[in-house]
Design a protein. Structure first.
Length: 218
């Protein structure tokens, strides 16, 4: 797969958020009229991702992806993609999600400091302010425990695992924030994936209706 551009239109405030995903990423379908249509799209994607897999393997893979969609809706996820590669002869995977978050009214005067304070209070990782070409942002690097549902494991039991993540929150001028997050359960691929993710967030551009790039300032 070649690198691809993504445009995310925010109706409130008339902003377009644009970013570039690198070569090798597969994008999960996010637009469909029904659950059946999403299922069909996921099975087609499974056939692309696992071309040598059996139909049962492809179906199970599609079902595993489909299990995330309730969380996507709850988290206002607008983009979900993943990549798999080999690092030091080990198969490594990572996901990237992009979502929209409303900023509380009282935080909008200084969203950077408010975001840093909120993330530090969660005590989930290292929090700092960063400077991107599109403007100031906040990054949080840490790890968290997750679980694979028993319906998708050989044992039939939920299987816990740890994921490392980088989250970058970019405050926008319309009272929202664009949230980019990379997560990987394979620590061997951390250096490769974190470097790749740095390129993604550095590619972010915010466009106003006049189609001129604008910088978000606090």
């Amino acid at each position: 797969m070649s690198s691809s551009h993504h445009n995310w239109n925010l109706d409130e405030g008339f902003l377009d958020v644009n970013w570039v995903m690198p070569t090798g990423f597969f994008e999960l379908p996010m637009e469909a009229e029904s659950v059946e249509e999403i299922t069909e799209q996921l099975i087609r994607l499974a056939q692309e991702v696992l071309p040598n897999g059996t139909p049962d393997m492809q179906y199970q893979w599609a079902a595993m992806c489909g299990a995330n969609y309730d969380a996507f809706v709850e988290g206002s996820v607008q983009y979900a993609g993943f990549v798999a590669t080999e690092v030091d002869d080990k198969r490594c995977t990572a996901t990237v999600h992009v979502s929209l978050m409303d900023l509380a009214e009282e935080t909008r005067k200084d969203p950077i400091q408010a975001t840093m304070a909120a993330l530090k209070a969660l005590n989930i990782g290292e929090v700092r302010e960063i400077s991107l070409p599109c403007g100031p942002a906040v990054s949080c690097i840490g790890s968290r425990r997750a679980a694979l549902t028993g319906a998708l494991t050989p044992s039939g039991n939920d299987e816990p695992f740890w994921t490392s993540f980088i989250q970058v929150q970019i405050p926008l001028s319309n009272g929202t924030a664009a949230v980019f997050e990379l997560a990987t359960p394979t620590q061997e691929g951390w250096d490769v994936f974190s470097s790749m993710f740095a390129g993604v967030v550095k590619s972010v551009r915010i466009f106003a209706p006049a189609e001129h790039a604008v910088e978000m300032s606090t």
